[in-house]
Design a binder for this molecule. Structure first.
Ligand SMILES: *Cc1c(COP(=O)(O)O)cnc(C)c1O
Length: 375
């Protein structure tokens, strides 16, 4: 079976985890401290706070802003629902905005339109752009808009570590950036995540929220506010450090494989059977998603490929298409990507022959009547 994705864990990483397990220092250790410094250095920002998942990162990043009641937050319609769930869990209103068909990230025109025509009753206080699948959002336009309307920006860079926009790493443009180290992402600690920021006060606040609301002063523990336990373990951090050291190689390899996919699928793209994403500069290639033309049933395509030992799946979700968010804005592009998007296998250890095999079978599938939709 050619899997959709495969975590990449070498023997050196495994040994580093075993070492930490033998040491007995399972939480609050040197591996965590070093991993935070190394991430901040890699991204070129001041502070990094490790947490237990990407969702935990989004949750306490949003909570740390103390936005009060009567709050609305903008998120893209096409994303993993955790982006919206953390908004709903704060009792804030989820305001979804449609995305671009060519790169799956938030449409700046649609964003402008929603902000300019907003009539409340809640006040829009922040934007959470998602660098979907590793594609950088147009951060210059987005940050200009956020300044003009005095909105906070929390970047959901959960699947985009290593992604670059205008020579600067994604996650470092907004007030805070959130990352995930789930096994589907380019580097993994099993579960895990991080918040990065250049604001010391926000970093302190996020550190407290991660650790029961504790503030250390003069070596004394003070519980200064209610907090969670969202800590990453020391052995996970050991794994993460080895993975981070290999990140740029991984992105390079993923870039080569994605470009090869696009080359092999160019003709079916040109003939209108599928739609290929634009490979924007700075992309970090976490997932490769194509879009099937409306004539196809995605489920039938997934099953066709499964019979050829190829795993594929939907790419991401569309908020307004989900029952829990069905009172949010209708977003036609997000809905279309959710229905017809098809994520294809992508991981570093894949060979070019694997990519050929996937493409040959996909093309055969697209020419077959078996996978047409009945409607
Ligand atoms: C993976 C992902 C998340 C959730 O991260 P977890 O570590 O699984 O909690 C949130 N947002 C986006 C865009 C993601 O890709």
């Amino acid at each position: 079976m050619i899997k959709l994705s495969k975590p990449h864990i070498d023997d050196a990483s495994i040994n580093s985890v075993i070492e930490v397990l033998r040491s007995g220092q399972l939480v609050h250790g040197n591996e965590c401290a070093s991993f935070e410094i190394e991430i901040a250095k890699y991204l070129g920002c001041k502070e990094c706070v490790l947490v237990s998942s990407g969702t935990a990162a989004l949750h306490i990043a949003l909570q740390s802003l103390d936005l009060g009641t009567n709050t609305a937050i903008i998120v893209p319609d096409f994303t993993f629902p955790a982006t919206a769930n953390v908004v709903a869990l704060q009792n804030f209103r989820v305001v979804n905005v449609d995305v671009n068909l060519n790169n799956y990230t938030i449409s700046i025109d649609a964003l402008k339109n929603v902000i300019e025509n907003w009539r409340g009753p809640e006040k829009i206080k922040a934007i959470m752009p998602v660098h979907e699948f590793g594609c950088p959002v147009d951060m210059e336009c987005l940050m200009n808009l956020s300044k003009e309307y005095e909105l906070y920006v929390i970047e959901d860079a959960a699947c985009a570590i290593g992604c670059i926009y205008n020579n600067k790493k994604i996650g470092t443009f907004g007030d805070m950036g959130c990352f995930s180290f789930h096994p589907r992402k380019t580097i993994t600690t099993g579960e895990g995540g991080a918040i990065v920021t250049n604001d010391d006060k926000l970093a302190d606040k996020v550190r407290r929220l991660r650790n029961h609301g504790i503030d250390y002063k003069n070596n004394k523990i003070n519980f200064v506010e209610p907090g969670w336990n969202y800590r990453l373990t020391n052995f996970q951090a050991a794994l993460g450090r080895r993975q981070l050291a290999d990140l740029d190689n991984r992105i390079q390899r993923r870039s080569e494989l994605t470009r090869y996919y696009c080359e092999l699928l160019e003709s079916v793209h040109k003939s209108g059977y599928i739609h290929l994403p634009e490979l924007i500069n700075g992309h970090s290639f976490q997932t490769f998603m194509i879009v099937l033309d409306e004539r196809y049933s995605r489920n039938k395509v997934i099953n066709f490929l499964k019979d050829k030992m190829i795993e594929s799946n939907l790419g991401a979700h569309s908020l307004h298409s989900l029952q829990i968010y069905n009172n949010t804005n209708y977003c036609p592009v997000g809905g279309f990507l959710y229905r017809q998007g098809l994520a294809l296998p992508l991981y570093e250890q894949m060979t070019k022959e694997d990519v050929q095999y996937v493409c040959n079978n996909l093309v055969e599938c697209l020419y077959s009547d078996e996978v047409l939709s009945n409607e």
